[in-house]
Every structure is written in structure tokens, then in C-alpha cells.
Design a protein around this ligand. Structure first.
Ligand SMILES: NC(=O)c1ccc[n+]([C@@H]2O[C@H](COP(=O)([O-])OP(=O)(O)OC[C@H]3O[C@@H](n4cnc5c(N)ncnc54)[C@H](O)[C@@H]3O)[C@@H](O)[C@H]2O)c1
Length: 255
């Protein structure tokens, strides 16, 4: 798909990896809707990106809110042919910690936002994409999901986060198979450690220690490097049903 024809919804588009992707899409001539929580910086980010961008607030876990936000996004963009799922949350909780067993509510919340939220956005965006006239290759849409290297080498305290991201890796092939008949591709990016507001909450020594664990290049990833891969996936029609690690070869240690 050519970038200038892109009409994208970017979930989590108000911050970090989603924001960088929305910014590069706009620079490439796309129209973009930022789907993020009402309390996020989405309105300000959309304003800074100019009139081709709009903020369509929703919680990714809500069927009603996402349905309404996608309708608004399709109106703004003139249809939808790209979904980039970046909305996500982290948590740290040991299965049995100092204060006893992990809270089931916390485990459920992370699965709800990261895994079920991703599937909710895919299932509700695909019918919009199905309305598109196909390209010469028969393509009507592209879905990009965001897992994490924690899907493969989750650390101590990451049971909920790793399970949520492993679920995204797991759904990539079956959803790509489901949507193939509509001409919609599904590709997942599994980032290593990227310098975003999500990571900015960690103290500098912890960030430096994480960066030192990356074989090469020995630094944290930049959101623009994630965005560059997302834009490549959109343009390369042969990429489908794959999870791509983007991680400088890091294999995370237990802690
Ligand atoms: N930063 C990293 O090192 C890293 C590594 C691997 C994977 N990831 C994943 O990349 C994605 C983006 O992370 P980031 O680092 O840019 O984080 P971020 O906190 O900067 O951005 C996440 C965005 O998601 C939004 N969001 C959270 N819950 C939501 C909900 N219920 N509904 C709608 N929007 C919601 C937030 O408001 C925020 O704007 C996440 O899925 C994260 O798990 C990040």
C-alpha cells in the first residue's frame, strides 16, 4: 500500500510508539486518527500534527467506545485502510509477592487492555477495511499489532504483561488467515526496550542497565525506529502473519 493513500487509526497514538508512527504517517501524506483514552494528550497531539490528524477518544476495551471512535475516524479519513495497535499498559507483580498472591484484578486488567483491546480494535476495524476497493494485489487493509520481547523472554514480575503480549503473537497467524479473504494483512512488531514515556518512569540507573543489556546497538530503541518499521510493513505486501522482533538482539534476563 502506498503511504500517500493511507487512512490510519493509531491506537495509543497520543504517546510514545503510536505518536511517532502517527507523526511519520502524516509526514508521508497519510490521514490519521489517534484513538486513545479521553484523558490522554490526544487532542494536543492531533492539533500539533495539523488538519490531516484527528483525535477520536476511546478506551480500547470498550466495544461501544471503539465503534463510535472508528466511525468518527472513518469520517475524518474518508475510510480506513490501516490500523496500528499501540495502546498498552505495563505492570510489575510477582505471582506470589511479599504481600501474598498476585491480585487477579491486576492480571485481568493487563490482559483486558493489551490483548482483548487489540482484538477488539481489529475486529471492529476490519469491516471498515472490507468496504475498500482492492489494490492491484487485492489488498484492502493492513493491521499492525504491538507485542513485546516479553512475549518470548518475560522477566520476573512480568507474568501478566508477557501473557498479554504472547496472546498478541498467538493471534497474529489465525487473524491473518481469517482476514486474508478480505485482502487484509496482519503483522506484529515485538519491540525490545524503547525510550518512551512508558519507560521514562524508570530511574536513570535502571534505564542505563537496560540499555547495557542490548548487544548492538548498545542503547534503547527510539520511537522513530519503531515507526519506520511500521511504515515499511504498510508498503510491503508480502509481509503477513509474522511477528518481527525489533530489539538490537536483546534476550532479556530473568531480572
Ligand atoms: N516502550 C517500550 O520499551 C515497549 C517495549 C515493548 C512493547 N511496548 C508496547 O508498545 C506499546 C506502546 O507503548 P509506549 O512505550 O509507546 O507507551 P506509552 O505509555 O508512551 O503509550 C501508550 C498509549 O496507550 C494509551 N492507552 C493505554 N491504555 C489505553 C486504553 N485502555 N485505551 C486506549 N488507549 C490506551 C495511553 O494513553 C498512551 O497514550 C504498548 O503496547 C507497549 O506495551 C513498549
Amino acid at each position: 500500500m502506498e503511504l500517500s493513500t493511507v487512512k490510519a487509526v493509531v491506537t495509543g497514538g497520543a504517546s510514545g510508539l503510536g505518536r511517532a508512527t502517527a507523526t511519520q504517517l502524516v509526514a508521508a501524506g497519510a490521514r490519521v486518527a489517534l484513538l486513545d483514552r479521553a484523558a490522554s494528550a490526544g487532542a494536543d497531539v492531533a492539533k500539533a500534527l495539523g488538519p490531516v490528524a484527528a483525535f477520536t477518544p476511546a478506551d480500547v476495551t470498550s466495544a461501544e467506545e471503539v465503534t463510535a471512535a472508528l466511525e468518527a475516524a472513518a469520517r475524518h479519513c474518508g475510510g480506513l485502510n490501516v490500523l496500528v495497535n499501540c495502546a498498552g499498559i505495563g505492570t510489575a507483580m510477582k505471582t506470589v509477592g511479599k504481600s501474598g498472591p498476585a491480585k487477579l484484578e491486576e492480571f485481568t486488567r493487563v490482559i483486558q487492555v493489551n490483548l482483548i483491546g487489540t482484538f477488539n480494535c481489529i475486529r471492529l476495524t476490519a469491516p471498515h477495511m472490507a468496504k475498500n476497493a482492492p489494490t492491484a494485489d487485492g489488498e484492502r487493509g493492513v493491521v499492525i499489532n504491538t507485542a513485546s520481547v516479553a512475549a518470548f523472554d518475560g522477566q520476573i514480575g512480568q507474568a501478566a504483561y508477557s501473557a498479554s503480549k504472547g496472546g498478541i503473537v498467538g493471534l497474529t497467524l489465525p487473524v491473518a488467515r481469517d482476514l486474508a479473504e478480505l485482502g487484509i494483512r496482519v503483522v506484529t512488531i515485538a519491540p525490545g526496550i524503547f525510550e518512551t514515556p512508558l519507560l521514562g518512569t524508570l530511574p536513570e540507573p535502571v534505564r542505563a542497565s537496560l540499555a547495557a543489556q542490548v548487544p548492538f546497538p548498545k542503547r534503547l530503541g527510539q520511537p522513530d525506529e519503531y515507526a519506520a518499521l511500521a511504515l515499511h510493513i504498510i508498503t510491503n505486501v508480502m509481509l503477513n502473519a509474522e511477528t518481527i522482533r525489533l530489539d538490537g538482539a536483546i534476550r532479556m534476563q530473568p531480572r
